[in-house]
Design a binder for this molecule. Structure first.
Ligand code: PMT
Length: 696
């Protein structure tokens, strides 16, 4: 991810500067080009010579080189860089960055920087905890800089606390993650309107006293930032906290009491796509509020009469429209999961994030949290992480609901299908010298025929279409318009939450024969297969759509696979090759007949289980996804055992060969062993490939 990236590394005066040498080495090793810029006091802690040797570039520190008179332009560095990292960032540099005190080359470079800036603070615990540092860091965040939080541990002063610069490996990881996230396709949350409640509520007793709680707002604000980074349109309904709005695109509404939060959240939820209710809302408020300060009466106590506050979550849950998503939090002290599940059901939530005060480092005010995400079907527990990382996990979980929502829109009750986005290539090298005009016309007509025919009754956006390739190699061409060809058909399906596309079908058809004269009309009629070429294309179009739909819903492609089967039966009388039943060669007829045979039902179920239950979650939960894929191989095996002469299981293992090796070589020994056994049984000709699963 960092290969070829240009990085300005700013080093300031801190004992942690020695780690900058490791950081430079790691960045260079990852393929980045590094330009070090140091503050004058940074040079007291680590020698520029070390850094220039490691980076391969002269270190910059002064505005101009006294010896050569060369001017060091901070403006051109700002334009040159793909990222700037300031590590270590001392309290003084952070303060200068927050206020724009441009008295050294590092700060002027920062002020001119067009690329994202990452700041890794390093200082003693008291300096880090000082309100001015906190305020300056919040200010840097508000400018859009990325803060790489310092770790807690023993500091240079021998005191123990937070302030130690994050380890260079983790800094590099943070930057890699940033570039990866930038390269990823648009998040499913992009453009979604999301309401987030955060912080405590204050319920006034009199003008000077209130009932409140310890919520700092950190968890809710981290969620708001992550959603905004995912491209969502965020409304943050915030109780009284001392945090700056974490992202310039967030619309923030400040409230104080539960009643105010209720009004603001309800009003914003009307046209929202989702709400995440992270606020610690008071459950009770004083029945009456004294207008004047309640005086202490000698010898007598004070009894407050309380009444319940409105339950925001329950109210939004009751109003939730189909398609709207609602996420709640549960802060528990005992019987945590049971209580959380109760809230999940009672408040009509899509999922609930449980944090328990029984867990050290979780809950109120701290920078970390330990959560379990619970929905109607499952509970996933995460280790203790920074609230930022927890927010990322929650956002990922929410994103999958929008992906499944998209799928549900595509696949209501009986499962709908998508159109094709076909790429056609026509290779005529083997018959060079023939008049080529007819091939050009054929290629254009085929393109138009495949991509403009409505293969389904539904309307789909361009980006929702199934990607497939038809690659035709012309073997011979006769003057009467007879073509003999081989055809490679291939289709790919995207994996949700990733940029990866997985093969769903790949097949080489060597028996393509058809007649075509330039400007013949390519037209397909279901009930009148009068052109062998359009029959071939329609057959593969329906087969691809059907197979793809089988990966989306269990046996979801039946309607389209039936169409492909009808074409294969009907085309037998057309005279072209590739359609005959009972011939020894594998052909179109046999493939579809095989796949639709009841004995192969487990294989069709495998298509769903492998892709939808396995692959679609693998990029979120690698182990869980891989385990599902392992289970799906058992389905493949049982289909194969029911019909050992069938072709499809072999074909599947062939075009998934690389993918299967990659998936299982990351798994535990038991899964690897089982996969090798099954795959070797189904496709012994690839034994040497399957062996790689155990040896990699
Ligand atoms: O702000 P931090 O210091 O970072 O701390 C984070 C947090 C601990 C506050 C946060 O992680 C959290 O757990 N928030 C929910 C706290 C809470 O009130 O939990 P609960 O179990 O009492 O409420 C259940 C759900 O109903 C919550 O989503 C809550 O927002 C919602 N609720 C509760 C009462 C009410 N009147 N209206 C509500 O909407």
């Amino acid at each position: 991810m960092l290969k070829g990236k240009k990085i300005v590394l700013g080093i300031t005066g801190s004992i942690a500067a020695y780690k900058a040498a490791i950081l430079v080495r790691l960045l260079v090793k990852a393929g980045a080009e590094v330009q070090v810029v140091m503050t004058p006091s940074g040079k007291e802690f680590i020698s520029p010579l070390t850094l220039s040797t490691l980076s391969g570039n002269a270190v910059l520190s002064e505005f101009f080189n006294e010896r050569s008179g060369e001017w060091h332009s901070h403006v051109s560095l700002g334009l040159w860089a793909d990222a700037m990292i300031i590590a270590p960032a001392s309290a003084a540099t952070i303060a200068k960055m927050a206020t724009g005190v441009a008295d050294n080359l590092l700060i002027t470079t920062y002020l001119s920087m067009k690329a994202p800036v990452f700041v890794a603070p390093a200082m003693d615990l008291d300096m880090y905890a000082h309100p001015s540092t906190t305020r300056n860091i919040e200010q840097l965040k508000a400018y859009g800089n990325h803060i790489i939080e310092p770790a807690a541990g023993e500091l240079a002063s021998h005191l123990v606390g937070k302030g130690r610069m994050e380890e260079p490996e983790n800094i590099v990881r943070a930057i890699e993650e940033y570039f990866t996230s930038m390269a990823e396709p648009a998040s499913p949350l992009s453009g979604k309107k999301i309401v987030i409640t955060a912080g405590p509520t204050y319920e006034k007793i009199d003008p000077v006293r209130f009932i409140g709680n310890y919520s700092s707002g950190k968890m809710g604000y981290a969620l708001a930032e992550e959603c905004a980074l995912a491209g969502a349109d965020v409304t943050l309904v915030s109780g009284p906290v001392s945090l700056a709005t974490p992202h310039p695109a967030i619309h923030r509404i400040d409230v104080e009491s539960a009643a105010e939060m209720y009004d603001a959240a309800r009003a914003s939820f009307t046209d929202a796509d989702a709400a995440i209710l992270c606020a610690a809302v008071a459950d009770f408020t004083p029945d009456t509020r004294a207008t004047e300060k309640i005086k202490r009466e000698k010898g007598s106590g004070l009894t407050l009469q309380l009444k319940p506050t409105p339950d925001i979550a329950a109210s939004l849950g009751a109003e939730k429209r189909p398609g709207q998503r609602l996420v709640g939090f549960a802060l528990e002290t005992h019987d945590a999961e049971a209580h959380a599940r109760e809230k999940l059901a009672k408040k009509n939530l899509d999922f609930i994030v449980l944090n328990s005060l029984e867990d050290k480092g979780a809950g109120f005010a701290v920078d970390t949290n330990k959560v379990t995400i619970i929905d109607a079907e499952s509970a996933t527990s995460y280790p203790l992480k920074s609230k930022r990382e927890v927010a990322r996990d929650i956002v990922k979980h929410l994103s999958t609901l929008f992906v499944s929502l998209l799928l549900m829109m595509l696949l209501p009750a009986g499962v709908q299908a998508q159109e094709l986005k076909a790429n056609i290539t026509l290779n005529t090298e083997k018959i060079d010298g023939t008049n080529n005009e007819v091939f050009d016309v054929l290629k254009n007509s085929l393109d138009e025929f495949i991509n403009n025919t409505s293969w389904t009754e539904y309307e789909f956006e361009e980006h929702e279409r199934i990607a497939c390739n038809f690659s035709i190699v012309v073997e011979s061409y006769a003057e009467d318009g007879t073509f003999e060809c081989s055809l490679m058909v291939q289709s790919l399906r995207p994996i949700y939450g990733s940029s990866y596309s997985t093969p769903v079908f790949k097949y080489q058809d060597n028996e393509v024969e058809f007649k075509y004269m330039a400007y013949d009309r390519l037209e397909y009629k279901e009930d009148n297969l009068d052109n062998n070429l359009t029959a071939i294309i329609a057959f593969y179009a329906y087969l691809i759509i059907g197979l793809d739909m089988d990966t989306m819903g269990e046996l979801g492609g039946t309607e389209f696979l039936n169409k492909a089967q009808n074409i294969a039966s009907g085309a037998q009388s057309l005279g072209g090759t590739g359609w005959q039943s009972g011939t020894s060669t594998r052909n179109r007829f046999t493939i579809i007949d095989d796949y639709m045979n009841t004995a192969l039902l487990p294989v069709r179920q495998m298509m769903y289980s492998y892709h939808r239950k396995g692959f679609d979650i693998m990029f979120r939960e690698a182990d869980k996804g891989r385990a599902e894929i392992a289970k799906s191989l058992e389905l493949l095996q049982s289909g194969y055992q029911d019909r050992p002469l069938s072709y499809f299981p072999k074909l599947f293992t062939e075009y998934k060969q690389e993918e299967l090796i990659n998936i299982f070589s990351q798994g535990p020994a038991k899964e690897r062993k089982q996969a090798v056994e099954i795959l070797t049984e189904i496709n012994p000709s690839l034994t040497s490939s399957w062996d790689k699963i155990s040896t990699i």
